[in-house]
Design a protein around this ligand. Structure first.
Ligand code: GLA
Length: 386
């Protein structure tokens, strides 16, 4: 973040709370290159932290008084204020739960929290499937860990932030988003085994290969604390149970024929996506290492087809974005994130960025869809103190 932005945050903080913040922290959103809905099936994912961040200014309350949490956003709206004791999600506005939930999760862990004043700013578009919520959680988690000297590792913070999301916000998500935000590094994707939680940084030299990664935000927004996501988690759990394995991670491609015979058609298609997607992640990592990013396009597109036809989480806008990008010269394209809206990504030769963007905009206009937001991203650094 540039110094001007920090100065502006400091000014707004002082105007709201009548004092200067103690510190500033930033945590990125993410793009998931490939490996969708595999995280809660204990499989593989390959996200990267993007160069768009949630930033917080924070001041911890002195110990002694009644603990209270105040949260404000640079997007405006009133300061959200909640008494800390007996904090429940309903005590705060939905957007402020991503802040409050991390205080709550740390307390649940047996770590007493002070009250605090927090001001939030973000350049991660909301509802675009780029984990704007995890970015806030991770900025807050890192801030509390650092300012209170809790000594938690980043891997432990991932689980704290996931707990905030699962048990305070109520979205049964995996560890994909928080891992990308806290463990991501510039110029690399994060190859994560969601069972062992082993993470390997895989080079993603887009610029050196004259490539760009476009995000096409369809502006159809999604929410993971609503029905669709929960239903997918339940279908995967059922598929694993019926196949007699702890998680779908344990089902290899070779078992799909048998799976088709024993599972109900809808459960089978979901299982098929997870099983084939895990293999695509492994293939992508192998190809990246052997030949670089220019050759992974077909795997990205195959992942989209699998989400569209088998997992059933795409939508017309995402399909149009992917099909149009491909027709305009993308090497591969897919929806990214939880689905039901949000963003598609397109891997393109850098020189074609304008043409691909124009083609997608035109196609959306012709279909009378909202104008998409299109921008390129690069793998940026993970969460940090500013
Ligand atoms: C959301 C969840 C993640 C993951 C993705 C789908 O982003 O937060 O845990 O399940 O959807 O891959």
């Amino acid at each position: 973040m540039n110094p001007d932005a920090v100065t502006s945050l400091a000014g707004t903080f002082a105007a709201l709370y009548g004092a200067a913040p103690d510190a500033y922290f930033a945590a990125p959103g993410r793009v998931n290159l490939i490996g969708e809905h595999t995280d809660y099936n204990e499989g593989f994912v390959l996200p990267f932290a993007i160069d768009r961040v949630a930033t917080i200014a924070i001041k911890l309350q002195e110990t002694g008084g009644v603990r209270r949490l105040r949260v404000a956003s640079t997007q405006g709206g009133p300061v959200v204020e909640a008494a800390f004791d007996g904090l429940v999600p309903e005590s705060v506005a939905p957007w402020a739960r991503y802040v409050a939930g991390v205080f709550w999760a740390l307390e649940q862990q047996g770590l007493p929290m002070p009250g605090a004043d927090v001001l939030l700013d973000s350049s991660v578009p909301i509802g675009a499937g780029l984990s704007s919520s995890a970015a806030i959680e991770c900025a807050v988690g890192l801030a509390l860990n650092t300012q209170l000297g809790l000594g938690l590792s980043r891997e432990e913070l991932v689980l704290i932030c996931q707990r905030a999301e699962n048990d305070f916000i109520g979205a049964p998500t995996g560890i994909l988003d928080q891992s990308a935000s806290l463990l991501g590094t510039a110029e690399h994707a994060l190859f994560l085994d969601c069972r062992s939680r082993e993470a390997v940084h895989v080079q993603l030299p887009l610029e050196a290969a004259d490539l760009a990664l476009l995000v096409i935000d369809t502006r159809v927004s999604h929410a993971h604390d609503s029905g669709g996501y929960k239903e997918l988690v339940a279908a995967c759990t059922r598929g694993a149970q019926e196949l007699g394995v702890p998680a779908l991670r344990d089902v290899g491609i070779e078992r799909l024929v048998e799976a088709q015979q024993v599972l109900a058609p809808q459960i089978y298609r979901r299982v098929k996506h997870i099983v084939t997607e895990n293999q695509r992640v492994l293939d992508t990592v192998e190809l990246l290492g052997a030949r670089g990013p220019a050759v992974i396009g077909p795997l990205l597109t195959a992942s989209h087809v699998s989400m569209r036809d088998d997992f059933g989480i795409s939508c017309d806008e995402l399909d149009l974005a992917v099909d149009t990008a491909m027709a305009a010269g993308a090497l591969g394209a897919r929806m990214t994130g939880g689905g039901f809206g949000g963003s598609a990504i397109a891997l393109i030769p850098a020189a074609r960025a304008d043409d691909v963007s124009a083609a997608v905009r035109e196609a959306f206009a012709r279909a009378h869809y909202l104008a998409p937001e299109i921008f390129s991203v690069i793998p940026g650094p993970g969460a940090r103190q500013l």
